[in-house]
Design a binder for this molecule. Structure first.
Ligand code: TXA
Ligand code: MG
Length: 300
C-alpha cells in the first residue's frame, strides 16, 4: 500500500529530482502558490498530473524554466516584447504565452500550438528544475476547481498518497497565481490578472495591453472552468452584514496572501456560507477581485 506523500525539505532537492526523473509527481513551492510538477519531456508523467487533479485535458499547463537558456527547447519565434518583459519581471510571477516548439508534447498545451512560460522567483523551484535538468510543467497544486495551495499542508490535504512527495518551502510569498499574458496577439492579451499588475506591464511595454474578452476562450481554455471555490457558497459584500446570518463566516480582512488559506479554513469549519467584505483596498486589487469573483461563481 502507498503511504502518504513524503514531505521533503530544502536539503532533499536531489531526492525530489530523482522522483520526478523516475516519472513520479512532486509538488514544489513557488513565490505564488505551490505547483504540482512533472518534467516537460515526460508526457506519461504529465498525464498523471491531469489525473491527480481531475483537470480537463484541454486546460494547458505552465512551463517553469530556471534560466533563459531553456527557452529555445520550449518556444519558437520569440518576440522582442518577451525579452523586454523578461528583463524586468523574470524571475517572478509573470507567465508569457508564446508559440510552442514542436518538440514540446501536446499534452502540455492542451493540443494548442502555444506554450505558457514562466521563471519562478522561488529559489527551491529553480534549484529543483536545475536538478531535474529540464523545465517542469506545473499547474497549481490543488484539486481542480478548489482553492490553490499556499502551504505544504494544503497540498497534502488535496493529494495525500496520490503524489510521491512535497518539497516544503513554507508558506508562499504572494498567495495568488502569476499573471498570464499572451504575446501572440497585438496588443497582448491579459488572460489572467495576477501578482504583476496590468499597469506594470504597460509601463514596461510603453503601450496598452487589452483585457481578455469572451471570444478569447479559444486562446485560454482554462477560462471556462470554475476555480478557487470552497465547499460553502461565497458571497461578496461591500459592508459587514447588519444582521446575523446563521452558520455564516464573515471575513473582513481578506488579502491576496491569506485568500486561499482562509477559503480552505472555512471548509474545515463547515460553515453554511462565506461572506467576504470587499473594502476599498480589496476592490482596487484586480487579481484578488478576479479570484473572489471566480470563488463566488461570478466568472467574468
Ligand atoms: O503562479 C502560477 O502561475 C502557478 C505556479 C505553480 O506557477 N501555476 C498556475 O497554474 O497557476 P494553473 O495551471 O493553475 O493555471 C495556469 C493558467 C490556466 O488558466 C491555463 O489555462 C493558462 O494558465 N495557460 C497555460 N498554458 C496556456 C497557453 N498555452 N495558452 C493560454 N493559457 C494558458
Ligand atoms: Mg490553478
Amino acid at each position: 500500500m502507498k503511504g502518504p506523500g513524503k514531505i521533503l525539505t530544502a536539503d532533499q532537492i536531489e531526492e525530489a529530482a530523482t522522483l520526478l526523473k523516475g516519472g513520479q509527481l512532486v509538488a514544489f513551492p513557488t513565490e505564488t502558490v505551490y505547483g504540482l510538477g512533472a518534467p516537460i519531456f515526460l508526457p506519461e508523467s504529465i498525464g498523471k498530473i491531469f489525473h491527480a487533479k481531475g483537470r480537463p485535458s484541454d486546460n494547458p499547463l505552465i512551463v517553469h524554466i530556471a534560466s533563459l537558456n531553456q527557452l529555445d527547447k520550449v518556444a519558437i519565434e520569440i518576440p522582442n516584447a518577451f525579452y523586454l518583459l523578461a528583463s524586468h519581471f523574470f524571475p517572478g510571477p509573470l507567465t508569457l504565452v508564446l508559440k510552442k516548439h514542436p518538440s514540446v508534447p501536446s499534452i502540455v498545451s492542451g493540443g494548442m500550438e502555444t506554450v505558457a512560460v514562466r521563471m519562478p522567483a522561488h529559489g527551491l523551484a529553480r534549484s529543483l528544475i536545475d536538478a531535474v535538468g529540464q523545465p517542469l510543467v506545473a499547474p497549481s497544486a490543488n484539486l481542480s476547481g478548489k482553492p490553490s495551495s499556499t502551504t505544504a499542508a494544503h497540498v497534502l490535504e488535496d493529494f495525500g498518497e496520490n503524489i510521491a512527495a512535497i518539497l516544503d518551502g513554507g508558506a508562499t510569498c504572494y498567495g495568488i497565481e502569476s499573471t498570464v499574458l499572451s504575446l501572440l496577439s497585438d496588443p497582448p492579451i491579459l488572460l489572467r490578472p495576477g501578482t504583476v499588475s496590468r499597469e506594470e506591464i504597460e509601463h514596461i511595454l510603453k503601450r496598452p495591453i487589452r483585457e481578455k474578452q469572451k471570444e478569447d476562450a479559444v486562446v485560454s481554455p482554462g477560462m471556462k472552468y470554475r476555480h478557487y471555490a470552497p465547499k460553502a457558497p461565497v458571497v461578496l459584500a461591500n459592508a459587514i452584514p447588519s444582521f446575523p446570518i446563521e452558520g455564516a463566516l464573515v471575513i473582513t480582512d481578506i488579502s491576496a496572501k491569506n485568500l486561499y488559506h482562509t477559503l480552505r479554513a472555512a471548509d474545515h469549519l463547515n460553515v453554511t456560507q462565506i461572506v467576504i467584505v470587499c473594502t476599498e483596498n480589496v476592490l482596487k486589487d484586480a487579481a484578488l477581485m478576479n479570484r473572489l469573483y471566480h470563488a463566488a461563481g461570478l466568472n467574468f
